[in-house]
Ligand binder design. Structure first.
Ligand SMILES: [Zn+2]
Length: 98
């Protein structure tokens, strides 16, 4: 590409390409270090390896049990069975924080 062939549109396309590549890399990295745990044993296994998606209810006992191994990073509104007691909980992302 010659200098005078560089148009605003081409520049925007280059940025779009970079963005998409970055997104792909970020997504791959995220998927590789993103786990699903359906019970405490699985949670123990994945702890320290990445972000783990679990179901967790509001019961303090359940939260404490999970926090023995990981910290709560975020909670979604979507419902998911609590991995500790089996009652209704919410999708919760957890992971080890250092
Ligand atoms: Zn629970």
């Amino acid at each position: 590409m010659k200098i005078d062939e560089i148009t605003e549109e081409k520049i925007l396309n280059i940025f779009k390409d970079i963005d998409e590549n970055l997104m792909k890399i970020a997504e791959e990295k995220f998927n590789k270090s993103n786990f699903n745990a359906s019970n405490i044993n699985e949670l123990k296994n994945f702890a320290g390896k990445g972000i783990i998606k679990i179901g967790l209810c509001k019961n303090e006992r359940c939260i404490n049990e999970v926090e023995n191994y990981v910290s709560v990073l975020g909670i979604e509104e979507e419902r998911k069975e609590c991995i500790v007691c089996g009652n209704e909980g919410k999708i919760t992302y957890v992971g080890k924080t250092y």
